[in-house]
Design a protein around this ligand. Structure first.
Ligand code: GLN
Length: 485
């Protein structure tokens, strides 16, 4: 089959199910692509021997009927995979081999998927460009000098370059949607609690959520269906029936009300982002949706609130990396305290240290009320804004990011300008609601731009449907010349 690179995840599943191709053939195809794609540095670990063994094993099974029958997939290196190295992009976990499997990846394997390898990411998922990874930067297949976004940058790069037919990432403040937007792919951050966090290396536990990254909306619905579901091992998991997102996908969005928040029209926003937004609005109108102006007055506080809440939780979560329980241990130090200090000093990169320092500061006695408690209260106000809007509208449309992919090194010395990238995505994590980014156009240099659809909690089907209808009309095409091969 010559044009396998053009096939979507859903098409590949059907080819395998109808026995037009074997799991082994398709697995070998992606292994070849990965080997030819080394320049992108999107993988930290590959496990081809296991992949081939599992594919052969799949092909020998009779009557297996899973959602992801025999499809090989690579996943972000934040998901613990049993007996396969899991680094979270950090030196401190460089040699960490989990003895357990995350619930989300386990769900994928139960549906018949096969692991290809682990994808590069910002260290502990802290970053917007994949440049904080201990394992080196990942390149955006859209352009040699462009970042793929972050923190799920390896996932986005591998997907856009066809090194995996689909993938999963995690999103604490935008880490699925921003890289999707930068690479011309689809990414969905589900409702907090829809996908289990068990076995995912924790960054900020009240914000972290796993989600699908795919080539199109249909694949996104399919992968979300496969990975989501109640898990009693995660105390924040939502106990509800599994949805058939892909089967229920419908492009009929007539009569739906879509809100346009005026607060997302930020200062100095490039003209092309504004035009993209207008284009999205026109498409929605043509599809029979009704456009409504809305207000989300506390939006401007979302970024400062996030950069208190997320580091606070991170500083607490990362306390476990002490050189004793697992991971890297420094050989220096005369006593236990010095060993702890050296381990953490040598094991963590600068961005992670910055977050731990901020987090420890805002949680320390005397500052806790002024920063952390205040941020929690503002978080509630941000959530209330959304609750209020969703009394009147079905979904909200915004740009996904304030710009297209930036150049490698462009923002590394300026953390604030890096943090500003998350301005449109962070409020959604603070409110715990779902949002999807879909490719919607290109800037004048041909770099992709995304639009974001947001809904109230557990309304994933609705944003998937709206995205599905928009996708048909946008007809986004990205032809990359595979310069990395
Ligand atoms: N870029 C944001 C940060 O650095 C979000 C990261 C994420 O969603 N994991 O915190």
């Amino acid at each position: 089959m010559s044009d396998l690179n053009k096939k979507s995840l859903s098409e590949i599943v059907n080819l395998i199910k109808t026995k037009k191709i074997s799991s082994l053939e398709i697995t070998n195809h992606f292994i070849k692509n990965i080997e030819k794609g080394k320049k992108l540095n999107s993988f930290i670990t590959t496990c081809f021997e296991e992949s081939v063994k599992n594919a052969k094993n799949f092909d020998s099974k009779k009557n297996f009927d899973g959602l992801l029958s025999g499809v090989p997939l690579a996943v972000k290196d934040l998901f613990c995979t049993k007996n396969v190295k899991t680094t979270a992009g950090s030196k401190i976990l460089e040699n960490f081999i989990p003895t357990y499997e995350s619930t989300v990846t386990n769900n994928l394997w139960s549906e018949g998927a096969i692991l290809l390898g682990k994808l590069n990411c910002d260290e502990f998922a802290m970053g917007s460009s994949n440049e904080t990874s201990y394992f080196g930067k990942t390149i955006n297949p859209v352009g040699k000098d462009l970042v793929p976004g972050g923190s799920s940058g390896g996932s986005a790069s591998a997907l856009a370059a066809n090194l995996t037919p689909a993938t999963i990432g995690t999103d604490t403040g935008g880490s699925i949607r921003q890289p999707a937007s930068f690479t011309g792919t689809v990414g969905l951050k589900p409702t907090y609690g829809l996908c289990s966090r068990w076995g995912i290396v924790a960054f900020a536990s009240s914000l972290d959520q796993a989600g699908p990254m795919t080539k199109n909306v249909e694949d996104c619905a399919l992968l979300l269906e496969a990975m989501s579901g109640y898990d009693q091992k995660d105390s924040t998991s939502i106990n509800k029936k599994k949805e058939n997102y892909s089967k229920n996908l419908s492009e009929n969005i007539k009569g739906l009300k879509i809100g346009i928040p005026k607060e997302y029209r930020v200062e100095n926003m490039p003209k092309e982002i504004d035009n993209l937004w207008k284009k999205g609005i026109d498409i929605l109108k043509k599809s029979g949706a009704q456009i409504v102006d809305i207000v989300l007055p506390h939006t401007k506080y979302a970024l400062p609130t996030y950069y208190i809440v997320a580091p606070a939780e991170a500083s607490s979560n990362l306390a476990r990396y002490d050189g004793v329980k697992y991971g890297y241990r420094s050989k220096k130090g005369k006593n236990l305290i010095e060993m702890y200090e050296n381990t953490r000093g040598e094991g963590f990169g600068d961005e992670v240290k910055r977050r731990i320092l901020i987090g420890t500061y805002v949680l320390s006695s005397g500052y806790y009320d002024a920063y952390y408690l205040k941020a929690q209260k503002v978080r509630k106000l941000i959530k209330n804004d959304f609750d209020e809007c969703f009394k009147n509208v079905d979904a909200i449309l915004t740009p996904s990011t304030p710009s297209s992919a930036f150049r490698i090194g462009e923002k590394t010395n300026d953390p604030i300008s890096m943090y500003l990238n998350d301005i449109f995505t962070v409020p959604i994590n603070l409110a715990g609601i779902p949002a999807i980014s879909i490719p919607a156009g290109q800037d004048d240099q041909g770099h992709p731009l995304g639009l974001q659809l947001i809904s109230k909690a557990l309304d994933e089907q609705k944003i998937l449907n709206i995205a599905f209808a928009m996708e048909k009309n946008i007809a986004f095409k990205q032809s990359l010349n595979r310069w990395w091969e």
